[in-house]
Design a protein around this ligand. Structure first.
Ligand code: PAF
Length: 281
């Protein structure tokens, strides 16, 4: 596995792989890798001849400077995990390498980035779209892999790729969970023991919501979830929303067989966790 720090070198590497007839799979990450990331790498390895993983904590997608400072950085163990998984190349640039100039492009995603994460993290998705576009332009992979845990991010990246007419297949991979249901996330390592013990409630309540969806109005369901989360002393709900799985618009009337996504963001201390589940009626 080779580790590359500059844009020129990764472009050269990716171009060489292509010239040698290899299909390239690309997994963008911000490091602090866990089994969820490794599953993306494993899927990329199955579907491509060469796999590139980027590790870059993207400053422009953090609307909260403290969150950026506290974001876990575990390069040594990340590289060990990737080597073991069979990854071929890691791209790990400095901030100046990716942003020689300040960001000036602003995407218009309509309502997609105004709701849920977008509402509480202004500018976040412009930052995500900006870095993903840059990385895809540099690597020009055949396929790029993203986890469904960041459901809204996935919808926005697919939209950006369509808007920009980029020649890449976006592959969405299922959320990987701990044995107790907690969605794997780099942020989980910042939970203390008490918070970690309570955190599985997040997925439990999402599964419960998918059952309640058949039995009660959406407003009653939202209220019930809000009460249960806020009654837990370790948790503070930021939002819980039932949305159209494609447009992400809030849904208030149930439609038979139409997929909705229930999305949740919860603070546990200063650790912000998100999760989601897709279901229908
Ligand atoms: O999901 C993430 O880790 C990040 O948002 C991504 C897609 C790597 C962009 O920085």
């Amino acid at each position: 596995m080779i580790v590359i720090r500059t844009v020129n070198e990764i472009q050269l590497f990716a171009r060489n792989e292509k010239e040698n007839g290899k299909k390239t799979g690309f997994v963008p990450t911000m490091g602090a890798l866990h089994k969820g990331h490794i599953m993306l790498v494993e899927q990329a390895l199955k579907e491509n001849d060469s796999v590139i993983v980027s590790i870059f904590v993207n400053p422009v997608q953090f609307n909260n400077p403290t969150d950026l400072v506290k974001y876990p950085r575990t390069l040594k163990s990340d590289l060990e995990l990737l080597e073991k998984a069979g990854c071929h190349c890691v791209f790990h640039p400095e901030v100046e390498e990716m942003y020689p100039e300040p960001v000036t492009h602003f995407y218009d995603f309509g309502e997609l980035d105004k709701v849920m994460e977008g509402k509480f993290r202004p500018g976040h998705f412009n930052g995500v779209a900006t870095i993903v576009k840059k990385l895809l332009d540099i690597v020009i992979p055949h396929k790029a892999y993203f986890g469904q845990k960041d459901y809204q991010q996935l919808v926005i990246i697919k939209t950006m790729v369509k808007m920009e007419e980029m020649p890449v297949n976006i592959v969405s991979c299922p959320t990987i969970r701990e044995a107790d249901g907690l969605a794997m996330s780099s942020r989980n390592m910042r939970l203390n023991d008490k918070q970690r013990a309570e955190a599985p409630l997040i997925y439990k309540i999402l599964k419960q919501a998918s059952l309640w969806y058949d039995q009660m109005s959406i407003n009653a369901l939202i209220q019930k979830v809000e009460t249960i989360i806020n009654d837990n002393p370790e948790m503070q709900l930021e939002y819980f929303e039932i949305s159209d799985s494609e447009t992400l618009e809030p849904v208030r009337q149930k439609i038979r067989d139409k997929d909705v996504v229930a999305c949740i963001a919860v603070y546990m201390g200063d650790v912000r966790l998100i999760d989601n589940i897709v279901f229908n009626y």
